[in-house]
Design a protein around this ligand. Sequence first.
Ligand code: MN
Length: 234
Amino acid sequence: MDWIVAPPPQASLAVVGQEARFPVRRVWCVGRNYAAHAREMGADPAREPPFFFAKPADAIVAALQQGEVAVAYPPKTTDLHHEVELVVAIGRAGRAIAAAQALDHVFGYAVGLDLTRRDLQHAAKAAGQPWDMAKGFDESAPCSALVPAADWQGQDAQIALTVNGQARQAAAIADLIWPVADVIAQLSQLVELAAGDIIFTGTPQGVGPLLPGDVAVAQVTGLPALTTRVLPRR
Ligand code: MN
């Protein structure tokens, strides 16, 4: 095959204990999937269910097995925010998947950051415009190595984020409004899920700013920690 320009590199994630990598096809994200976070964003979780948005696959910044990444402070913002999230990797395709079968479609789990230009998001909301430039910018999705689903029992897991050693976000995975099975069931009504799709499942309360020089450590019980160093703006 001849290409007019070089084809893009395949975005991918490391897999704990394996040489082979997981190819990332699409990056789906859930908005407002923890009630306390929905409230801190000014929403009413009793009236507005969670919803979906997306990032480009090459927004992924994949951690090595050691769990460290570095990202440049992004352009056109003065309010970069952290959102720690459980990430689900789809290993088997499906559409209109029943919640009872949904976990059969999961390859594995990781911890990620849904980095957000909060000032651009507020402006987009106020103008009734899409969120893409608030959410889908370069290096906006740092992500740890994946743990295969058979090796992670997540029902009792905690999710947490520290910045420079200070606690910022903490919750129980059990607090998800849509648990992982429901996220897959709902999303697969809207699009046909494919092997390689990953889903950021939503952030708990405590989102806040990151500055150049900050070091954020994202953790979910039983998954590799993800350390993200924020570099100066390029
Ligand atoms: Mn998020």
